[in-house]
Design a protein around this ligand. Structure first.
Ligand SMILES: Cc1cc2nc3c(=O)[nH]c(=O)nc-3n(C[C@H](O)[C@H](O)[C@H](O)COP(=O)(O)OP(=O)(O)OC[C@H]3O[C@@H](n4cnc5c(N)ncnc54)[C@H](O)[C@@H]3O)c2cc1C
Ligand code: FES
Length: 619
């Protein structure tokens, strides 16, 4: 696909009118330039180069698009504004006004028109990224950048937009840089999504003090969710989120390959190996988690792996060459995605067995009915299961050769992958902060820990979950980004509480499942639809209250359900089971009740950063 999406208008095209003569000088879009760098899962993976384009008068064009009457209230339409099918923008109608914006999600470039418009937000149906169609700001999801917005007006019944000839897909949220006069120093432990989101939120909020991010990984922040979705093909540069130029531009120091030791809350210092003591005024613990290793003999053999970092994937790929028998311990997300990757890559040249202590895979998260569906589906794809069985040992001499189950069964193994859960990396603060039983750092609804100067976000944090009233360690990518954002606001003295509905996705054999809510505890499951045809919604409830839902092939049902939970219009399990309330009814309930205002990225931003950006442009 061409980098230049919109070079010349095709004047012969009857449906578009190129009105070059009508151009007037317009504001440069508040957008970053875009490089389309590779294709991933058949979708575009878009990578930002961080040079703000400077548009001149001749770079813009007015384009006549659809009839205003073709768009009803609450509707959106993808409209082609240039010669190729990729030259598209999105036109939406909200509260009687028309808005023109980018049409592609800034995560993997998916067409936003296939999603859903709720209030002024367009929500991507794949992984729940939400963008305001009014200002393009991203509110939620696995994204860091917004979408561009364009001028739109009605002329003689037609909607006319002013767009640049080279369409941009991203709009970077305005950020300030380092202000040397600001003597504050905020230190962020980790460089995962929670950490990166926090650092960017600080700059977006006008914070000019020092920001130091410290990670023991050798790489700048990258999207680790892809590691087990594309295990044999993923390349680090393509999943890297921000490059060094970005961190330099915004004055964010990232120390890579550095192990954080103890945090001293008295002196307000962090010990960093090879660096010494680093002082902080405010600290964010965003150290995530690491794969839990079960206490079984042989788990330390060199051909036994876990998956968390990019180098894990590299090691697995090397060991996989020539492996005939692969045993995967753990039938949940990491284990099942890994099994699907092996099957996809090596087909029948490899025997794969998933060992799971429960009777079906995904039992804890998705329950018995959906778990059984996954089991049957995987078996049809040639994956074997050893279910209801624990592992006694991994045996071998020098390297693993067998996985021995508790019933004495010996599974031959040239390679073993363990995916049995995540343990929080809370050691640096274990002596100084309150920890939950599972080792997570206890934080309040503002993500503040037991020390007033220290916040926690992401997989390492145990947070109050407003929807159920419980306390959870929610190990999801979007959640880490959201928590990092909230923690950063509160580090700056705001009082923003954590009130989101978690979202998670998984993808195997080209099919995606979307999960909303958090159903660690549920006592009832109802599945509507057809599991065998990958077209269903599963509801999970506790005491008749729906706490989570998993769906496949029903996009954008997950987005509707998530929103219904957020604004309190979710039906009871009884209502859903009896057929009284369908997904369409839930959508209507949403339209009828305006949502309560929760802190999302765009909505929470401080105007100072935007003002600073405007100033920068003037200069
Ligand atoms: C293979 C895989 C696939 C996944 N797929 C999905 C998915 O499809 N959908 C989804 O929602 N979620 C998925 N997840 C979960 C998601 O990636 C995590 O929830 C998210 O990464 C958590 O972000 P975080 O910033 O809290 O922690 P992390 O991403 O774990 O980042 C923690 C950072 O802290 C650093 N660190 C830790 N300890 C130290 C120390 N002592 N010193 C210095 N640095 C330290 C680490 O190097 C890292 O930079 C997946 C996870 C994995 C591993
Ligand atoms: S492609 Fe839109 S959220 Fe992932």
């Amino acid at each position: 696909m061409s980098r230049h999406l919109f070079k010349l208008f095709n004047l012969a095209k009857p449906s578009f009118k190129f009105a070059r003569s009508a151009l007037t000088m317009s504001k440069p879009a508040k957008i970053g330039s875009l490089m389309v760098s590779s294709s991933l899962f058949g979708l575009l993976y878009l990578k930002q180069s961080f040079q703000q384009p400077t548009f001149t008068e001749s770079d813009w064009a007015e384009v006549e698009t659809i009839n205003a009457s073709d768009l009803q209230e609450g509707e959106m339409k993808e409209v082609q504004v240039g010669p190729t099918k990729d030259d598209v923008i999105l036109i939406s109608k909200v509260n009687g006004k028309y808005y023109a914006s980018g049409a592609k999600c800034t995560h993997f470039g998916f067409n936003l028109a296939k999603g859903i418009l709720i209030d002024n937000k367009v929500i991507c149906p794949l992984h729940a990224a939400a963008f305001s169609v009014q200002d393009g700001l991203p509110d939620e999801g696995p994204v860091y950048d917004g979408i561009p917005t364009y001028e739109i007006k009605e002329r003689d019944g037609k909607l006319v937009v002013k767009v640049p000839k080279v369409l941009q897909m991203r709009a970077q949220i305005p950020m300030v840089g380092r202000d040397e006069k600001d003597t504050r120093k905020f230190v962020i432990l980790g460089a995962g999504p929670a950490a990166l989101s926090a650092a960017e939120t600080l700059r977006q909020s006008g914070y000019g003090g020092e920001i130091v991010m410290i990670t023991n990984d050798d790489a700048l922040p990258y999207d680790r969710t892809i590691l087990t979705k594309n295990l044999f093909k993923v390349e680090l540069p393509k999943i890297s989120i921000r490059d060094q130029a970005f961190f330099d531009k915004y004055g964010i120091t990232v120390l890579t390959g550095k192990q954080v030791g103890d945090v001293n809350t008295q002196d307000k210092t962090v010990h960093v190996d090879g660096v010494g003591c680093v002082k902080y005024d405010k600290l964010l613990v965003a150290t995530g988690g690491r794969p839990r290793l079960p206490p079984i003999p042989g788990a330390d053999f060199k051909n036994v792996f876990t998956v968390r970092k990019f180098h894990d994937v590299e090691n697995i790929r090397k060991a996989a060459q020539g492996a005939k028998n692969v045993v995967i311990i753990g039938g949940s997300f990491i284990g099942m995605e890994t099994a699907a990757n092996f099957k996809g890559e090596f087909k029948d040249n490899v025997n794969i067995t998933v060992v799971e202590v429960n009777e079906v895979p995904f039992a804890r998260a998705l329950g018995r009915v959906v778990g059984s569906f996954y089991k049957d589906w995987y078996e049809q794809n040639g994956v074997n299961f050893a279910l209801g069985k624990g592992v006694k040992a991994i045996e071998g001499s020098g390297s693993a050769q067998h996985v021995v189950l508790e019933d004495g069964t010996k599974l031959p193994a040239d390679l073993v992958v363990i995916g049995v859960g995540v343990q929080p990396n809370s050691e640096p603060v274990a002596k100084s902060l309150e920890l939950a039983k599972d080792g997570a750092v206890v934080a309040d609804k503002y993500l503040k820990t037991s020390d007033d100067s220290i916040y926690a976000a992401g997989d390492v944090a145990s947070v109050p979950y407003w929807y159920t009233g419980g306390r959870e360690k929610i190990e999801h990518y979007n959640e880490a980004i959201q928590q990092g954002m909230i923690a950063a606001h509160n580090m700056l003295g705001k009082q923003i509480s954590h009130e989101t509905i978690p979202f998670f996705w998984t993808r195997q054999f080209e099919k995606s499942l979307q999960y909303v809510g958090y159903g660690r505890l549920f006592d009832d499951t109802h599945v509507e639809g057809d599991l065998k045809n990958f077209n269903f919604i599963a509801y999970y409830s506790l005491n008749n209250k729906i706490v989570a839902s998993a769906s496949m092939g029903r996009s954008p049902a997950a987005m509707i359900l998530s929103h219904a939970m957020q604004i309190g219009v979710m039906p009871t399990m009884e209502e859903v089971r009896s057929g009284q309330v369908s997904i369409e009814d839930i959508k209507k309930r949403i339209q009828e009740k305006k949502g309560k205002s929760t802190c999302k990225r765009g909505a929470c931003l401080h105007k100072k950063a935007q003002a600073a950006q405007a100033q920068e442009k003037k200069e």
